[in-house]
Design a protein around this ligand. Structure first.
Ligand code: G3H
Length: 259
């Protein structure tokens, strides 16, 4: 079964709500129905931008989807500063990132918490984009596949096959994030292929064959086509380059300027 590519722009802690409107408007101007027929396009703005993005998407009936960069594992209560899944689904979010390497590094998020967040996303009809990937020392030791699969196993503990069918996995080697150091297509395929094989072991081929696996790490319009040519890569999680509407649109078109 063919998997529709997904290009998700993770804005990280950039762009206020006015800048968000500006960027989404520019994207909407640039992308055509033909682009959306070929690939799903999503933006992942900071929490404070989501209401503005929702208003714009609803008012102009845009085909751009959006999501949040994180969610709480809890559903409500005394958790100062946290945002729960029901708040995000109420804002029309389709996706939510779980376990981005910056959450893992700066907020100590590990497998148990990622697992709880994946389950929280499903409780509120959000599609988790589960991020996995190794840092440089692990890659240098040659343990990148083992390390990434351990993150995957931990985050999927107790998650059902029916749920996993809709999950998105993003393989992001930490050494390639924001560094300009993109993994070669073969490097990316090695791990993305191993992720699909593990999904098949855990849930069967029927499930593994429909799960979208993205690559993330210094993706640009100039390198996206080579990455997308690999068998187990179904799109990209784009950081820095997604802050430029023209460049992100070009990525969604695999480097082509016209849709
Ligand atoms: O979530 C996106 C990734 O961290 C990749 O970021 P980057 O494209 O700036 O390297």
């Amino acid at each position: 079964m063919a998997r529709k590519p997904l290009f998700a722009g993770n804005w990280k802690m950039n762009l206020n709500h006015l800048e968000a409107i500006n960027l989404v408007q520019k994207l909407a101007f640039t992308l055509t129905d033909r682009d959306y027929d070929k690939a799903d396009v999503a933006v992942m703005p900071p929490f404070t931008d989501l209401r503005s993005v929702q208003t714009l998407v609803d008012a102009d009936k845009l085909r751009i989807t959006y999501g949040a960069q994180d969610l709480s594992a809890q559903d409500s209560g005394a958790y100062t500063g946290e945002i729960c899944g029901s708040m995000l689904s109420k804002l029309g979010c389709t996706y939510v990132l779980v376990g981005h390497s910056e959450r893992r590094e700066y907020h100590g998020e590990a497998e148990m918490l990622c697992n709880a967040k994946v389950k929280a996303a499903y409780r509120h009809s959000l599609t988790p984009i589960l991020c996995v990937g190794e840092g440089l020392p692990v890659r240098q030791e040659g343990r990148h596949v083992e390390h990434t699969l351990a993150q995957l196993d931990g985050a999927l503990e107790g998650v059902t096959a029916e749920q996993v069918k809709s999950i998105v996995i993003a393989y992001e080697p930490v050494w390639a994030i924001g560094t300009g150091e993109v993994a070669t297509p073969k490097d990316a395929q090695e791990v993305c292929g191993a992720i699909r094989t593990r999904l098949a072991e855990l849930y069967g081929d029927d499930v593994a064959s429909v799960v979208r696996i993205l690559y993330g790490g210094s993706v640009k319009s100039g390198n996206v086509a080579g990455i997308m040519a690999e068998a187990d890569i179904d799109g990209a999680l784009v950081g820095g380059a997604s802050l430029d509407a023209g460049e992100f649109a070009k990525i969604c078109r695999l480097g082509e300027t016209a849709g």
